[in-house]
Design a binder for this molecule. Structure first.
Ligand SMILES: *[C@@H]1O[C@H](CO)[C@@H](O)[C@H](O)[C@H]1NC(C)=O
Length: 358
């Protein structure tokens, strides 16, 4: 039986195109299923706010805080540096730094810093400084230095050793305390996923490692604690991860896909405070700092690092570090935030990828 010219043509065409169409159909529908960021999670609420005035030192738990473009007011505006080269000092190299405790007196607007005195049971080292120093105060009482943090330098104010001198004994070496104003003339520009060409605007911060704000989730620390309990009978406090804002959040680790957050007034309250938007720049890749108990400064040999390494290496951009918490940059001028406020995820993404090498 002879096929007509037309049907022969049709067979050739379909033999050629059918596999291609089938291929496209399956890859595209499969792509859609695995790549989508999924639906928005239900709104949740802020359950705790933490401020760490001095980088790597003990933090404060507060009911409310002022959110500035650089981060929470008083958060990581101070840090200890070596002398004479002004290199940043952190818990990574000296876990005892967490025994240095700043307290804030809102009546006098003073930050008082204490630490256990060396070779003494009850004696304390102590000094007090203005929490919001005026330009005149800084001019008369500090000197300008170039402080190093990671691979960059930023201008900062170094306090006189007539104030901080006794802390040299605590560190066992010559150190200086430096301050960076959140309204600095020479702001420390954000890098990594917060760089201008990626964030779409210029952002800056004082002395956090990377971004102005770290948000953590209770459901995730609870899930991690279930594993730590099973592995070592251990439960850790979320403060080891040094978040600024802790939220309830229903589903553990769902924060991995957060892209934009909105903080607004307490549900049911008349107050119109809030209305703050945060851009989530990336997941927070962790080092071994969370192994340090901030109350005792003791460093656990394995946990939570070992457990996190087993299942939280979830970012393509930084495959050899586990992630906990989401790093954020506030939009606009910020505002007041308080415990009980509503946090909504207004955008999610499946494109988060950590940019390292800063
Ligand atoms: C410098 O510090 C001292 C002690 O806190 C204070 O009394 C003085 O007013 C400060 N200088 C200026 C210009 O504020």
């Amino acid at each position: 039986m002879a096929l007509s010219q037309a049907s022969r043509g049709a067979i050739v065409v379909s033999a050629f195109f059918l596999p291609i169409l089938t291929y496209l159909y399956f890859t595209r529908s499969r792509g859609k299923k695995s790549a989508g960021p999924g639906p928005l999670p239900p709104p949740t609420e802020i359950t705790n706010i933490f401020i760490h005035p001095i980088k790597s030192c003990h933090g404060l738990t507060v009911k409310e805080a002022k959110l500035l473009p650089t981060g929470l007011d008083l958060d990581r505006q101070w840090m200890w540096v070596t002398y004479p080269d002004h290199k940043f000092l952190t818990i990574r190299s000296d876990s005892r730094m967490t025994l240095i405790r700043p307290t804030y007196n809102s009546g006098t607007d003073t930050l008082t810093v204490t630490a256990p005195a060396p070779n003494s049971v009850d004696e304390k080292l102590e000094f007090s400084i203005p929490a919001h120093p005026t330009p005149d105060w800084l001019l008369e009482n500090t000197s300008t230095v170039n402080a190093n943090i990671w691979s960059s330098n930023t201008p900062a104010h170094a306090y006189s050793t007539s104030l901080t001198g006794p802390f040299n004994d605590f560190f066992g070496k010559d150190v200086r305390l430096v301050y960076k104003s959140p309204f600095s003339d020479s702001p420390r520009a954000l890098v990594s996923n917060g760089a201008k060409d990626i964030l779409g605007r210029e952002g800056s911060t004082c002395f956090p490692d990377l971004m102005p704000i770290l948000v953590g989730c209770e459901s995730s620390i609870n899930e991690l604690n279930t594993r730590l309990q099973a592995a070592e009978g251990l439960t850790i406090d979320v403060r080891r991860f040094r978040p600024n804002i802790l939220v309830k959040s229903d589903k553990p680790w769902d924060e991995d896909r957060w892209k934009t957050l909105r903080i607004s007034s307490k549900p049911g309250s008349d107050s119109k405070e809030g209305g703050i938007t945060l851009d989530v720049t990336q997941r927070c890749a962790r080092c071994q700092v969370p192994n340090v108990d901030p109350e005792t400064a003791e460093k656990h040999k394995r946990q939570p690092w070992d457990t996190l390494m087993k299942y939280r290496r979830v970012d393509e951009g930084i495959k050899f570090k586990p992630c906990f918490g989401m790093l954020c940059v506030p939009r606009g001028e910020g505002g007041k935030i308080s415990v009980g406020m509503k946090l909504e995820v207004t955008e999610v993404t499946d494109k988060h990828r950590y940019i390292g090498g800063f």
